[in-house]
Each structure stands twice: as structure tokens, then as C-alpha cells.
Design a protein around this ligand. Structure first.
Ligand SMILES: O=C(O)Cc1cc(O)ccc1O
Ligand SMILES: [Fe+2]
Length: 433
């Protein structure tokens, strides 16, 4: 399947109007007695009805059949999919790292190929996150999915994805991300062969753009670079399956039509995509290594100002110019818990072992920082301006302790020798300056 040329609407959280057929969208009201084309009106709310206006997210969908037309749910095997709280194994404070999960050779679609690495908070309490890797070699066929447990941030690492959603079609390739709202029905197609990537399932407040503070009105991720699909519908009947993730369990129901039958929609709760190369990177032009919060693309607030349920942070290509400074990430211990992944290239704190598709987890107060060789090089090198290239790492940083799953702790991807990367750190102190 090749890449389509898709049309998008722009602007983070805008109130959009879109129709695939002329005059399908009611004008001046949401719920007319009769909708044009015999469509049904259905409200889709992803914040409480009474959420403050600035936070409120809802869309009105005008569809061929309302969502109630579907069969009975039956539990489905969760495979390696897990939700918080993870209680199957205790969470060690150990610094953890993993190799990429192989893409299977047997027939595996996006749902089959979900592997949970870790989770925190509480899926039923609507706080915290689930962190999953997806690996797939085939498109979802005659089955559709929605996740009542959280919105889903897709971070592709290999291969392009076509996300067919109720609101329309989005395509993403590595270097881009997409967010699908909690509860939105969709299916995942592969654009150009096998895929692997990361999912942050956000149980909490939907992602918003972080404040800019004294940086001013522009910079970081700019609102205008977020792209939303235009309405596109399927009018299809057949024997299909609707898969739901609800309260940590997968369910399936028969459905005899495509649920992607929304002909028109209006509102601000909709899937969106963002090209990470559009991120306007801020950093020091004098000295010292600022905290990685300067690279926050999206944040899910927890209710405590400045303390995130989860921040999505990237480490993009950029110039490094700091003077008389140890330039790589500093050694540190952090109250926030840090899960990292690598989309391409190498990461400045780790030149070996942290590879594209791999992951690491440094939990609350667990020490971490540059490996021995990186320290040696960075504390000796000439401090010329250098462009840091062929790199794109990211972090899901959360206020809640991130509990790895049993699979993550015992599966073959776990690097049991991770701590060795710091073993070669030498004692330089001898009492002299
Ligand atoms: O641990 C990490 O590699 C992530 C990170 C990067 C950085 O530049 C500063 C702090 C930090 O936690
Ligand atoms: Fe860190």
C-alpha cells in the first residue's frame, strides 16, 4: 500500500468543521430533528461535560449508524498487554534497559503485536500511563479498535502507519507522532511493510501543549503544526470485529458494519499528527546543560501545577554550543520517573547499547547519566560548536513510579548487563585540584 496524499486541517485543539459530503454538517445547532442524508448525530466527549471551557474536549459526529449498533462484548486474551497497577512482579529500583522487540514472522496485526513494557498510576482511577511497544507485519483486517482506558500517543520507530479513524485518515512515519483520543474507533494499516514503535497510553488528562513562560508567544511545538484529518467515511457491511480495551481487559464484539462511518464532524476532540522536525528547539547559548523539560512536546497535567502525569519529551538534532560545560546529560537522580526510547541514531549519554527500538527505564530516584566512555570524551574534548546529528530519542517522564511488567523484567530483550556501562567510571580524585 503506498502513501496517500492526505488533506489535513491545522491548529492544536481547534474547533474544526469537516464534511465528506456537501451539507452533511448541521449549521447553527448540533442535534437537528433530522440530519441531512439521514445521518445520526452522536456526541463524543473526552473531558467531563462540565470541564472548564478552556479544557473541554468534545466533538459531534454525524454518522450512518450510531455506535450503539454493535454486538455483545466477550473477553479476549490480553496477550502481553497489561494495565496499571502492575502487580504481577515487584518494581525494583534497578536501572533497566532493553533491546528492541523483534517483529514476528507469524501473522501479527497491531492489536496482536502490543507488548506492555510498564505502567503506572491506575487505569480505573484515570491517572498514569501504560507504555507499550507495537510490532506488526500485517494491517488490521475487518477489525476495529477503541481504547476506553486512555488516549494513545504513537511514536513510530520503523515503518509507516495509516490510522483510519472515525474522524478521518492520518498517516505517520518515523519522526512523526500521532495521538488518538480515548474511545475513538480506528484501525491500523501498514504503509510499507513491517512496523515497530512505542505507544504511550495516557490514562489521565488529555495532552496539551506546555506553557512557554518567558520564551514568549512562539517556539517549542507551535500550535499550527498539529494536523487533524478531514472527514472520510466507509459505508461497508460484513462480518467485522470491534475490539475494545476497557478497564485493562480486551473485549471483542461482532459488528456488521464499518464503525468508521462518520460523514461529517465538528469539534475539538479528534486525532492529530505532528512532525517532530517542526519542534523549535530551545537550549543554552551560554553555558550548562538545561533540564530536558525544555524539549517537552506535549504534557498531560496531573492536577499539581508543574508536575506532569506524563511529559512527552524529545531529544532532537540540534547545535551544541555551551561553553566551559560538560555537554551530555548530567548525572542525576530525579523524583520523576523516566522511560526512554530511541527512534534513530545514537543518544548523547549512551553511545553503545541503547539502540533504535530499544528502551530504558530510570525510576524515581534511581541514579543515571553518561556511560564511562561518554564521560571521558566529553570531559576532555574541544568545546567547538557541534551539530548533533543522526539522533532522535524521546522520554515519557511521569510523576508516578513506572512499574515494569513481568515480561519486561524476564523477557529476552532485557539487558542484564546494563549497569556495566557505568563500571568503567574512574576515580580521578587524589586530593589535588
Ligand atoms: O536521563 C536522561 O538521559 C534524560 C535526560 C536528559 C537530559 O539532557 C537531562 C536530564 C535527563 O533526565
Ligand atoms: Fe534522566
Amino acid at each position: 500500500m503506498s502513501k496517500h496524499t492526505l488533506q489535513y486541517m491545522t491548529g492544536f485543539g481547534n474547533e474544526f468543521d469537516t464534511e465528506a459530503l456537501a451539507d452533511a454538517l448541521p449549521i447553527g445547532q448540533f442535534s437537528p430533528q433530522k440530519v441531512n442524508y439521514g445521518l445520526y448525530a452522536e456526541q463524543f466527549s473526552t473531558t467531563a461535560f462540565t470541564a472548564p471551557r478552556a479544557d473541554n474536549r468534545r466533538s459531534w459526529l454525524y454518522r450512518i449508524r450510531p455506535s450503539v449498533v454493535q454486538g455483545d462484548y466477550q473477553p479476549l486474551d490480553n496477550g502481553l498487554l497489561r494495565s496499571a497497577p502492575i502487580t504481577e512482579v515487584p518494581t525494583p529500583p534497578t536501572m533497566l534497559r532493553w533491546d528492541p522487540i523483534d517483529i514476528p514472522v507469524e501473522h501479527t496485526d497491531f492489536i496482536d503485536g502490543l507488548v506492555t513494557m510498564a505502567a503506572n498510576g491506575s487505569v480505573n482511577g484515570q491517572a498514569g500511563i501504560g507504555i507499550h511497544i507495537y510490532v506488526a507485519n500485517t494491517s488490521m483486517h475487518e477489525r476495529y479498535f477503541y481504547n476506553a482506558d486512555g488516549e494513545m500517543l504513537f511514536v513510530p520507530q520503523q515503518g509507516g502507519l495509516r490510522l483510519r479513524t472515525e474522524c478521518g485518515i492520518i498517516e505517520i512515519v518515523p519522526g512523526e507522532i500521532a495521538v488518538i483520543p480515548r474511545g475513538m474507533k480506528f484501525l491500523v494499516e501498514l504503509i510499507d511493510g513491517p512496523v515497530r514503535g512505542y505507544i504511550c497510553e495516557n490514562y489521565g488528562h488529555p495532552y496539551i501543549l506546555p506553557e512557554r513562560g518567558p520564551v514568549g508567544a512562539n517556539g517549542y511545538a507551535n500550535d499550527r503544526d498539529f494536523q487533524y484529518p478531514v472527514a472520510a467515511f466507509e459505508d461497508k457491511e460484513g462480518d467485522f470485529e470491534l475490539v475494545a480495551k476497557f478497564s485493562g481487559q480486551l473485549y471483542r464484539a461482532d459488528i456488521t458494519h464499518s464503525p468508521l462511518d462518520v460523514v461529517a464532524w465538528t469539534g475539538n476532540s479528534a486525532p492529530y499528527k505532528y512532525d517532530l522536525s517542526r519542534f523549535n528547539v530551545m537550549n543554552t547559548v551560554s553555558f550548562d546543560h538545561p533540564d530536558p523539560s525544555i524539549f517537552t512536546v506535549l504534557t498531560s497535567p496531573s492536577g499539581t501545577p508543574g508536575v506532569a502525569n506524563v511529559d512527552f519529551v524529545i531529544f532532537p538534532e540540534r547545535w551544541m554550543v555551551a561553553e566551559h560545560t560538560f555537554r551530555p546529560p548530567y548525572y542525576h537522580r530525579n523524583v520523576m520517573s523516566e522511560f526512554m526510547g530511541l527512534i534513530k541514531g545514537t543518544y548523547d549519554a549512551k553511545e553503545a547499547g541503547f539502540v533504535p527500538g530499544g528502551s530504558s527505564l530510570h525510576n524515581c530516584m534511581s541514579p543515571h547519566g553518561p556511560e564511562a566512555e561518554v564521560f571521558d570524551k566529553a570531559s576532555q574534548g574541544e568545546l567547538e560548536p557541534v551539530r548533533y546529528e543522526n539522533t532522535l530519542a524521546f522520554m515519557f517522564e511521569s510523576r508516578y513510579i513506572i512499574a515494569p511488567t513481568e515480561y519486561a523484567l524476564t523477557g529476552k530483550e532485557r539487558q542484564s548487563n546494563y549497569l556495566d556501562c557505568w563500571k568503567g567510571i574512574k576515580k580521578h580524585f587524589n586530593g589535588e585540584k
